[in-house]
Design a protein around this ligand. Structure first.
Ligand code: F6P
Length: 319
């Protein structure tokens, strides 16, 4: 393989730049030309392919977001969009790709391999940690630390006023962020899509807080009841309880990556290039129990990574 392309796609996550840097520097070390594709699949369709050298990667390891930029590309969901992208890649002499993103990215990468035989290896880049085939995704550690810091601040003011706060964190389909930050911030109740939310139990927890009343409730945005706004409304309607809400939103996606995210991103970037050189394709590289793992793209979205039962029990017992 003489030329490898790297791109980031879908929702950005802290550590994507460290991942691109590792891919680029390792390729250069191995005597392979490396190019970056701007704006994910959108830039691929438009042929926005730029050369990357060592100097280009200087300073990016500590930067949040993605300097290659990203997109959620509707055109790539159609066969015509993918054909256009494949033609641009072939024209540029790209013989293999490293795709950093989540399940949407891997759907596109899988199609590129099946329809156009362009080898692609993925690296898990999403704050949600919801990809089967890796213990942690790139960006997750930064996101939970950002969220925990924000929640600690809300707790201060909640305690001062004796208020009930419902704090919504990201996680469209999974409650990893909610559960970890719930435990880390000593929340009284954590609502996640993996468990059935019981508002009567939540109300009991609020009552148990007694006179002080300070209650922290963490809601994962994918919870079956809804987001923080719905919780506030239901608490009022069903129990005559007044609560404040805070939706942490995209603050969780930004910021300089933590050391853990930088190291994971670096290790997986190198592993992705090695995988391509070994002839692997249509797989995501991940880290399971400290070892590099390979999971077919299809398994990353068809198999569900479970939220460990012991975490759910811990949050119940210690709340
Ligand atoms: O990156 C994953 C995620 O943060 C989800 O938790 C969230 O629902 C979604 O992205 C929102 O992304 P966007 O605003 O880019 O559509």
């Amino acid at each position: 393989m003489k030329k490898i392309g790297v791109f980031t796609s879908g929702g950005d996550s802290p550590g994507m730049n460290a991942n691109v840097r590792a891919v680029a520097r390792y390729c250069i070390e191995m005597g392979i030309e490396v190019v970056g594709i701007e704006d994910g699949f959108t830039g691929m369709i438009e042929g926005r392919i730029i050369p990357i050298n060592r100097a280009w990667t200087a300073q990016i390891i500590s930067q949040g977001g993605t300097v290659l930029k990203t997109s959620r590309c509707k055109e790539f969901m159609h066969i015509g969009g993918r054909s256009a992208a494949a033609a641009k890649l072939k024209e540029a002499g790209v013989q293999g790709l490293v795709a950093c993103g989540g399940d949407g990215t891997f759907h596109g990468a899988h199609a590129l391999w099946v329809e156009h035989q362009i080898p692609v290896v993925g690296t898990p880049g999403t704050i949600d940690n919801d990809l089967y085939g890796t213990d942690y995704t790139i960006g997750y550690d930064t996101a939970i630390n950002t969220a925990a810091e924000a929640i600690d601040k809300i707790r201060d003011t909640a305690a001062s006023h004796g208020r009930i706060f419902i704090i919504e964190v990201m996680g469209r389909h999974a409650g990893f962020i909610a559960m970890d930050v719930g435990i880390a911030s000593g929340a009284e109740y954590v609502a996640v899509p993996e468990t059935i939310t019981n508002l009567d139990i939540l109300y009991q927890k609020i009552l148990e807080q007694g006179k002080n009343k300070r209650t922290i409730v963490i809601v994962g945005e994918g919870d079956e009841v809804g987001g923080a706004t719905i919780f506030k409304q239901l608490l009022k309607e069903q129990y005559d309880v007044d609560a404040h809400i805070a939706i942490l939103g995209h603050i969780q996606r930004g910021g300089s990556p933590t050391v853990r995210d930088r190291v994971l991103a670096t290790r997986l970037g190198v592993a992705a290039v090695d995988a391509l050189l070994e002839g692997k394709t249509d797989v995501m590289v991940g880290e399971i129990n400290g070892d590099i793992s390979y999971t077919s793209f299809e398994d990353t979205w068809t198999k569900r990574k479970p939220l460990h039962d012991y975490l759910i029990r811990l949050s119940d017992i210690l709340a």
